[in-house]
Ligand binder design. Structure first.
Ligand code: UT7
Length: 312
């Protein structure tokens, strides 16, 4: 008994903002940003609703499903368009769906948290869950602060999860939250993101390595069995530090932050989508999904791709 991935889809704004573009208005340079983070460009525009609806529509098409086939919509987001109603409710309407819909905020761990909630829903009788990660972080960015403005981007990714009594694509989960670390990365109402970057970096490596090791062991595997690492895309140096500590070669990590920057809960589905486009998702392959973010939250999950419409 478990859940299977069906279709995937993404939604991205058309506007590409390069590091050189940012250095026209900020005291920064392409050299500093690309060396310290790996980011070269990011997409800016749309709304959490519009990008999320684009991703959800694409996932439906990819899975060959109709809006009426979805029984629950979860939107993982840190940048809801309004306090109320939920952005999920708006997307549900845009997609012509009638199922229950809700937002989930676990910052950059939101997509894997959403996966866990989706699994729980299928255990109590929900057949299909659409899980979207969508972010409009540019709205909550201080464009005069070089320490954060160079990092974030907008975008969305979605998948559809389906109950299967015969087995599961999702083998393990390790989730956590440390609310005592809340102030190192935060955004107040009507304000912009502030961050102690070095501290986030330090803690991120620790919690991602720890939760990944536990998730791999819980799946009955060792790091050598992991074919693909699909990490949250905050900084390529964090990804390098994590895979090195796990003993997994860097070639197995999927990196998309060079094109999209840090898109919080959208970064894992955007990275999955890129890996699939590059032909890196193979039947039977094991992948480690792992994220961390404000909260602090962290979430790691090991998945195994089974053949199915829209996945391979
Ligand atoms: O989604 C999860 C949330 N975010 C993260 O995971 C971010 C985690 N942290 C990081 O990725 C890194 O800490 C940053 C990319 C944010 C910063 O990199 P760093 O290597 O930790 O730099 P730093 O904060 O230690 O700053 C080094 C220097 C400072 O100058 P001084 O004090 O040495 O003169 C900064 O003022 O770099 C300066 N600096 C910049 N210079 C040019 C900071 N931002 C910039 C910039 N351009 N954009």
């Amino acid at each position: 008994m478990g859940i299977r991935f069906r279709g995937w889809g993404i939604g991205l704004p058309d506007k590409i903002v390069t590091n050189d573009d940012l250095s026209l208005t900020l005291d920064t340079s392409d050299e500093w940003i690309s060396e310290r983070t790996g980011i070269r460009a990011r997409r800016i525009g749309g709304t959490t609703r519009s990008l999320g609806a684009d991703a959800g529509r694409a996932a439906l098409r990819d899975a060959g499903l109709e809006p009426g086939d979805i029984d629950f919509l979860i939107l993982a987001t840190t940048s809801a368009d309004r306090i109320a109603p939920s952005t999920a409710a708006m997307i549900q309407d845009d997609l012509g769906m009638t199922c229950p819909a809700m937002d989930l905020n676990a910052a950059c761990s939101g997509f894997v948290y959403g996966l866990r909630v989706a699994q729980g829903l299928t255990e109590v009788g929900t057949r299909r869950v659409m899980l979207i990660g969508s972010e409009h972080l540019s709205r909550w960015t201080d464009w005069t602060d070089r320490s954060t403005a160079v990092l974030f981007g907008d975008g969305a990714g979605a998948t559809i999860l389906e109950y299967d009594e015969a087995g599961s694509d999702v083998l393990s989960f390790v989730l956590g939250t440390d609310g005592a670390s809340a102030d190192i990365l935060a955004c107040e109402h009507e304000s912009t993101f502030t961050m102690d970057g070095r501290e986030v970096f330090r803690r991120a490596v620790r919690v991602v390595v720890d939760s990944s090791e536990k998730a791999i062991a819980e799946a009955g595997l060792t790091p050598e069995d992991i074919d693909l690492v699909i990490p949250h895309q905050a900084n390529v140096r964090i990804i390098q530090a994590v895979v090195e500590r796990l003993g997994i070669p860097m070639e197995r990590a999927v990196v998309t932050l060079d094109r999209y920057g840090n898109t919080s809960s959208s970064s894992i589905p955007l990275a999955f989508h890129a890996a699939r486009e590059e032909g890196r998702i193979r039947e039977g392959a094991h992948a480690l999904l792992t994220g961390f973010g404000a909260g602090m939250t962290w979430a790691s999950s090991v998945v195994k791709w089974s053949p199915g419409p829209g996945v391979l």
